[in-house]
Design a protein around this ligand. Structure first.
Ligand code: FES
Ligand SMILES: [Fe+2]
Length: 462
């Protein structure tokens, strides 16, 4: 079963030395190794599908935002035909950034260096002093456009990849689509981004938050204990270990490295109410505890946009937190508050590499487009309070990641291994409708190990 080609770093370390598949360990040095980082940019960030933006950020023709695919900067645009394009923000003339703004509206992007201009779809319009052929005569105009990535819009989320002939977006999502539809494709008008994304840079390697997003539920009990202690979520500090309602459920994962923790709605509901879910219909359950961001008025839209099985799951054991390989965290948080409210938070993070020892943390905050303004405001507040740059959850995480990073540089400590040995094994709960690798019970290390296996497989491919 252990096969696959690998690489050798300058000091003789191979991929199998770094990611130990026989003992479920990973060397801490993977978080600081510069050589490895360069390989990751080639084999992961230039290959796989990456999340860049949401289509509500660029609603009109000519709208654009500038984002990153690994360390390559791109312009995400909407053209007059309503099509979305992702083009490398590098002028094919002499390598200047074509677009120096972060966002805006432009029907042409003109390079400030020598004036070459490009359409929103990346095609070359012309150069100044056209009659003098300032773009030369070696290449035709159709060969002078910006380099283009392959684009896919899913639930309004704009993904792109440089691997033009590679796996389709559906192949990339695999069995997770069934669950992700329940989060991103559940209402008629879908999600809307609430303002531009929040961004900040942290001194750590992208894989530290990346692997945690592979559904590390375990750390929430300890690192995020303050959520209970501070009354941000229902329950108390004393009840965390006894009931650990957020720890029991079904973790879903797949060989592409994505994962989601599906947690019993009844348990979540119990955190702030004594009323039982017992004997209640799907409709009644949804009305008692609507998924975060869904108002009572929006519930009929769930039935319209999702299959009966998907709605039933949303009402009984909804997916809530997890991640998409390589660098996305999904946080669709039911947040029953001590005041009885429960509007929750909808956020996605991407962890964009900025060198081996830095990551740009990007926080996209959402609400359903059809939700009332008051609900959107509430969602924004909740998300900022919990998952944003000043969010309680992220302050905990942002304290830990740089300390792991610091240790990854130590001559002795770099050889310590990260251990993923609390494995449960794939097991199908009775009556479960969705696909994927399923890990019922108390959250273990299986989903994170699948994240590392997805990493391994891509890194092993030259
Ligand atoms: S580098 Fe862009 S026009 Fe010369
Ligand atoms: Fe966390």
């Amino acid at each position: 079963m252990l096969q696959k080609a690998t690489f050798t770093l300058a000091d003789g370390a191979t991929l199998d030395d770094l990611v130990k598949r026989d003992t479920n360990e990973v060397m801490l040095r993977v978080m600081s190794d510069e050589e490895l980082y360069k390989l990751e940019m080639e084999r992961i960030f230039a290959k796989t599908w990456l999340l860049l933006a949401h289509d509500t950020e660029i609603p009109k023709a000519g709208d654009f935002v500038v984002r990153d695919m690994g360390e390559d900067q791109v312009i995400v645009t909407r053209d007059r035909n309503d099509e979305i394009h992702v083009s490398l923000n590098v002028c094919p003339h002499r390598g200047m950034k074509v677009c120096t703004a972060e966002a805006g509206n432009a029907h042409a992007h003109r390079c400030i260096y020598h004036g070459w201009a490009f359409r929103p779809d990346g095609s070359f319009i012309g150069a100044p002093v056209e009659k003098e052929q300032m773009h030369g005569n070696r290449l035709g105009k159709d060969q002078l456009g910006l380099k283009k990535a392959r684009v896919q819009v899913y639930g309004g989320l704009i993904f792109a990849t440089w691997d033009i002939e590679g796996p389709s977006f559906d192949e990339y999502l695999g069995d997770m689509k069934y669950y992700l539809d329940q989060l991103f494709c559940r209402t008629d008008s879908g999600l809307e981004m609430l303002g531009p994304p929040q961004r900040f840079v942290l001194p750590c390697n992208w894989k530290i938050p990346g692997e945690q997003s592979g559904s590390d539920g375990f750390h929430t009990l300890t690192l995020h204990r303050s959520l209970m202690e501070g009354g941000v979520m229902g329950g108390t500090a004393e009840s965390i270990y006894d009931n650990a309602p957020g720890m029991y459920g079904v973790d879903v994962s797949c060989e592409q490295g994505h994962s989601l923790r599906c947690l019993e709605a009844a348990q979540t509901f119990k955190m702030f109410s004594d009323i039982s879910f017992e004997g209640k219909s799907v409709e009644e359950r949804l009305a008692m505890l609507p998924p975060p961001g869904i108002t009572k008025e929006l519930i009929p839209q769930l039935f319209k946009n999702l299959s009966a099985d998907q709605v039933e799951q949303l009402a009984t054991i909804p997916p809530q937190v997890g991640g998409l390989f390589p660098n996305i965290l999904v946080a669709f948080i039911f947040a029953p508050r001590t005041d009885g409210g429960s509007s929750g938070a909808l956020a996605l993070h991407t962890y964009v590499p900025r060198g081996p020892d830095k990551v740009e943390f990007i926080n996209f905050i959402f609400a359903e487009k059809d939700a009332p303004e008051q609900v959107k405001r509430d969602m924004l507040q909740n998300s900022i309070q919990q998952t944003g740059t000043s969010g309680i959850i992220e302050q905990d995480d942002a304290d830990t990641w740089p300390q792991i990073m610091r240790n990854a540089r130590g001559v002795v400590s770099k050889d310590i291994t990260l251990k993923y040995q609390a494995l449960h094994g794939h097991e199908r709960p009775e009556g479960w409708k969705g696909g994927g690798l399923l890990y019922p019970g108390f959250t273990k290390d299986d989903t994170q190990w699948n994240w590392w296996m997805a990493y391994y497989n891509l890194m092993a491919e030259a």
